[in-house]
Design a protein around this ligand. Sequence first.
Ligand code: HMG
Ligand code: MG
Length: 302
Amino acid sequence: MFPTRVTLVDVGPRDGLQNEKQPVATADKVELVGRLQAAGLREIEVTSYVSPKWVPQMADNAAVMAAIARPPGVRHSVLVPNMVGLQAALAGGVATRPDEIVVFGAASQAFSQRNINCSIEESIERFAPVVAAAREAGLKVRSAISCALGCPYQGEVTPDEVEHVVRLMKDIGVQHCGIADTIGVGTPRRVQAVLERALKHFPLAEVSGHFHDTYGQALANIYASLEVGVHVFDASVAGLGGCPYAKGATGNVATEDIVFMLDGMGIETGIDLSKLVEAGGFISARLGRPPVSRAGKALLIK
Ligand code: HMG
Ligand code: MG
């Protein structure tokens, strides 16, 4: 049976903006988060505590976390690759710390090396103390498994390879498993096969899809995920983004497009589409280009 309610995690401020070459003003990032909250988003991936040499756009992580409003009921997450990142995320004290962290690994060795400069096994060794310390500090820990449907360097990635990393993440105490199609090559049946592997190790509410829309498959893949009961998805307002270590990868599926589809199917998200479209219009104007979101574009010119 289809879920009656879906949780959307807007990763636009992080996944969406991390790839922008021109610096985006901290105030604009903060306003984007505020507008997403006003549109009804209850989960937002705000920034990442990664090396500023690797991803300069996220260098203002602490300033963004310090400036965003923290209304009750909204959960803010950040990417953390190692202990240095976790310490930085916790350094500002209770007012600025995230509710959740995301450790990000990969189902392909080649991508792990390019993205976080270590093998899959080394990444898990690195994450283990981070997960323990984050949970000790009362944070929830999510994982993202990149290249779960294909790798820009290695090509084919099998469900067995994905399940191997899912299991490793589970073993170190990660509480949520995000299946990420970094380069958008997944198609519905394959997505279902990979989600089934994650569901062997994590409960239904703790498995999510993170679908980049490079090949236009993301909405179909979300529909296929709903068919197997998965009801948590990452999405990026205005379809912003890409990954700096996956050349040519486009943004995540646009939040507006998913909300339009789910509204039409009578599936609740708690999100006000018109306010979301305005949020997408705001950040797109700041970046000097139209939103990639199809629904966003259509509704903005209405
Ligand atoms: P490294 O160079 O191997 O790290 O990078 P290191 O431990 O050797 O340290 C080198 C220097 O970096 C040191 O400073 C550290 O202190 C510093 P120095 O002594 O030279 O002055 N450093 C840090 N600084 C700030 N924050 C930190 C940090 N760690 C070390 N956390 C590292 C390893 C993981 C840090 C690096 O590879 C990195 O930052 N990678 C991040 C890459 C990234 O952000 N990629 C995009 C996000 S992932 C993504 O988009 C995929 C996703 O959306 C899912 C999907 O679609 O697939 C999640
Ligand atoms: Mg991504």
